[in-house]
Design a binder for this molecule. Sequence first.
Ligand SMILES: *Cc1c(COP(=O)(O)O)cnc(C)c1O
Length: 428
Amino acid sequence: MLPKDAGPRPRNWPAQVEQMTTTPERVSPIGAVQALPDTGGFFGPYGGQAVPPHLKAIMDSIADAYLAIRETDAYQQELAELHTHYVGRPSPIYHARRLSAHAGGQAEIYLKREDLNHTGAHKINHALGEALLAKHMGKTRVIAETGAGQHGVAMATACALAGIPCEIHMGAIDIAKEHPNVTKMKILGARIVNVDSGTRTLKDAVDSAFEAYLKDPENYFYAIGSVVGPHPFPMMVRDFQAIVGREARQQFAAMTGALPDYVVACVGGGSNAMGIFSGFMDAPSVRLVGVEPSGRSLAIGDHAATLSLGKPGTMHGFHSYMLQDDQGQPQPVHSIASGLDYPSVGPEHAYLKDTGRAEYHAVDDRACLDAFMDLSRFEGIIPALESAHALAWVLQQARKADRRLRYLINLSGRGDKDADFVAETLGL
Ligand SMILES: *Cc1c(COP(=O)(O)O)cnc(C)c1O
């Protein structure tokens, strides 16, 4: 069965696609302005700017600057050129035939290879957008926090390229645990701030980074690492990631003459998922699926399945689904994939869940590890543990499939960072 909007003559797709790519008109690397969020930064009831008035004024100035700068040739051309010559875009779509056969053969599994980007994940897409924005706004320093170091490395990379000083706040425990990423950030010229207070992990790194930012928010730029935080960050980070969805739709149509039945991505804060979803939002036949980590168990502290098990609330400057205690404090979270252990989620995902346009499921650490090994052994691709969550859900569905379905997965990153941990865990 063909998706409705694939058109009556699917063979025409590749020709149309070719026309699109050869059109002399410039295609914006950030895409068109989307209907949501509204001017207050709301996606339905979610999002907004739950921050004190002086910060709201600064967030508004970032929103204004972003909306103006994104239309300029200088910014568009710089970003477009970097996509091609620096990141290596477009990233390919790969049809994982051996894995599809292993999973029963009815489902066809396709991977959008964001793992092949420079620095090995989708994060470089928004890191570049943010660093260039900071530069064009005349900011003198970029400040960010990092947990496992992935966001830190992406920002340090983008700041080295843009020629803007970069300061990364990281908990002392994470610094000890994630040594290779710390070394990379140092080599890239970032200043690492060792956060030795409280839990000495991400939570306190956020507080420390925010405190440093508030010393001079006029001149500093706080670079948020996902589609979370106060407006305009959920919108901006989505726009920077939307290149993934635009490419994927065109590539998939050219490869198969149709649209995928499912587009699937893992959800931590939700940036890689928003990126690929946004390319298929207006194609109602395409089901959008976000996959969260159910971790070790469904007990508090054992998972980070915010949309599946959380409730609406406000935290970190925005309204969305949250894993909160009765006092409004974030619950402890866990996932085998450190990039997914966040007790909230981007407000647009909350909206997509409530409206039914996207659905959200959870898979546990065990299923994630199995999927990690399956992709490695059947295709020679070692995925990030984060991305392996999306893969795990698709493999579960594929084994049950009784008709031909096409699944397109956003393979958000590569698993080099996870290889030692997995080998140790599985006793390889
Ligand atoms: C950080 C990270 C994620 C989670 O972030 P999202 O904002 O949910 O996309 C997923 N995959 C990889 C490889 C990451 O590094």
